[in-house]
Structure formats: structure tokens, C-alpha cells
Design a binder for this molecule. Structure first.
Ligand SMILES: [Zn+2]
Length: 158
């Protein structure tokens, strides 16, 4: 068992750096501190701070997943509200863009909820791509290459 002991120097009365003592019980730990010339002020069981576990993280998603309209409901609403609120300030400085944003904010959630969404890595560059389940294809937002959607899979055209 390890103990963390705080104390002061017996001779000078100055505060000492806390020491960690490995002993079977508290009394022995205190004796050990005394032998080291420490006047003990407090003792506690030493609990080392463990590094955060990296294994707790979920593995990265692989392959194309179909996001059911029901499960993506919150995402769709959130996305719509976000687009809509981006559109409002744009209305004042550059209204066509703002209007399109707001319109998209209204349509996208309904559309997403109606057909569901496919999400998976781009077959060319691996970028995470979202596409409406009823669409036949999409251009990857990262590498700009054409991705064809076939049987809920992303397929290359070449
Ligand atoms: Zn790509």
C-alpha cells in the first residue's frame, strides 16, 4: 500500500515536498516519514492519477451505413435549424444566399426524414460523405470525384 505524506522539516520547520511511502499500514508509513526527518502533518492513501484510457473510444466506423429516418430525426432538425439561422443574417447583406440557406434549412430536414440518409467513406479518398438515400450519386465534397450510390453502397465510376 502506498501513502502520500505531507509534513514539515523537523529541524527547520519548513514545508517539505510530500513523500510517497510504500508500507503495509499507515503506522509504518508514518514511522518511515519520521526516520526521514519529517514532522508529519497529514497522511492519505496514494492514488496515482491514471492516464485516460484510449481503449474506451469506439472504433472508427467502416463502410457505408444507412441512417434510418427515425434515428436521424434529431440530426435533421438540428441541421435544418442551423442552416436556417445561418440564412437569417445573410438575408441582410446578401439576400439570395440567405434565402437559399433558409429554404434549404426547411427542406433538408423533411427530405432527410422522408428518405433516410447514407453515410460512409468516399471510395476515392475516404472522406466521410452523407447522401440522401434516394440519390443516385454525389460528388465527394473533399476530392470532387463522382460517387455512385448502388444498393446502399458507394461505388467508384472508373
Ligand atoms: Zn473523396
Amino acid at each position: 500500500m502506498r501513502f502520500l505524506i505531507h509534513g514539515i522539516d523537523r529541524q527547520t520547520g519548513q514545508a517539505l515536498k510530500p513523500i510517497i511511502v510504500e508500507e503495509s499500514c499507515e503506522r509504518y508509513a508514518l514511522e518511515e516519514a519520521t526516520q526521514r526527518g519529517m514532522l508529519t502533518e497529514s497522511i492519505e492513501v496514494y492514488k496515482p492519477i491514471l492516464p485516460p484510457s484510449l481503449t474506451a473510444l469506439p472504433p472508427p466506423p467502416v463502410g457505408v451505413r444507412f441512417i434510418d429516418p427515425a434515428t436521424s430525426f434529431v440530426t435533421n432538425i438540428f441541421f435544418g435549424v442551423m442552416l436556417f439561422s445561418v440564412g437569417i443574417p445573410l438575408l441582410f447583406c446578401f439576400w439570395p444566399v440567405g434565402a437559399v440557406c433558409m429554404l434549404a434549412g426547411l427542406i433538408v430536414p423533411l427530405y432527410g426524414m422522408a428518405v433516410g440518409t447514407l453515410r460512409g467513406p468516399c471510395p476515392y479518398c475516404g472522406h466521410d460523405v452523407l447522401v440522401g438515400a434516394d440519390m443516385s450519386g454525389i460528388n465527394c465534397p473533399a476530392c470532387k470525384k463522382r460517387i455512385v450510390v448502388r444498393d446502399r453502397e458507394f461505388v467508384r465510376i472508373d
